[in-house]
Design a protein around this ligand. Sequence first.
Ligand code: DX5
Ligand code: ZN
Length: 229
Amino acid sequence: MSFDRSIKIAPSILAADFANFGAECAAIEAQGADWVHVDVMDGHFVPNITFGPATCAAIRPHIKGVMDVHLMIAPVDPYIEAFAKAGADLITAHVEAGPHIHRTLQAIRGAGAKAGVALNPGTPASAVSELLDNVDLVCVMTVNPGFGGQKFIDMTAKIRSLREMIGDRPVHIEIDGGVDPVTAPMVANAGADVLVAGSAVFRGGSVRNPAPYGENIRAIREAAAGTYV
Ligand code: DX5
Ligand code: ZN
């Protein structure tokens, strides 16, 4: 996983066919996805349940590129090893998920994965100011986590602050929630480089008819680059 600030589209399989994850991952990659975003929810930190490390391990062989695992769970630390062993390239934990985020991030890197920290909409950029040398990615939630298909919450001021705080460090800014061709340019202009999108990628397509995935990914990428008309 080399670092650059080019726009990367990371479809969230939360919007995929849950009975067909392997084929869905292969389809979105074939249609131009840069990363695959995997949303893990525990029904405790967030009011919804998805799946755990066994499903991540089952999905892994179907992903050629980066497997980006977003943990919406509390506690996090007892499960880090399992998600790393499942083959996550990047593991993101929420700053709100416990009292010792610094320890969590150390444990993620210690387990051999890249470390991400996520911020809920109500959490200020300053919550990660002391963590920027301990992370590879900051995820700015533009919805309250738990569900796909929610309305985008404008966090562009927070993204700009983070971009300034990060400076020359090799730290990605990822945006998660309500990203589509309308909101993508707002967050890209503010300094984001990884755009997670669930419903805006999977709408209109299926594993049998994956071409719409490609059109949707292209529309978001081109919008973010300012060339979409
Ligand atoms: C929300 C998840 C997101 C979500 C994005 O809790 O972390 O990854 O699936 O879905 P859309 O793009 O539909 O808002
Ligand atoms: Zn997510």
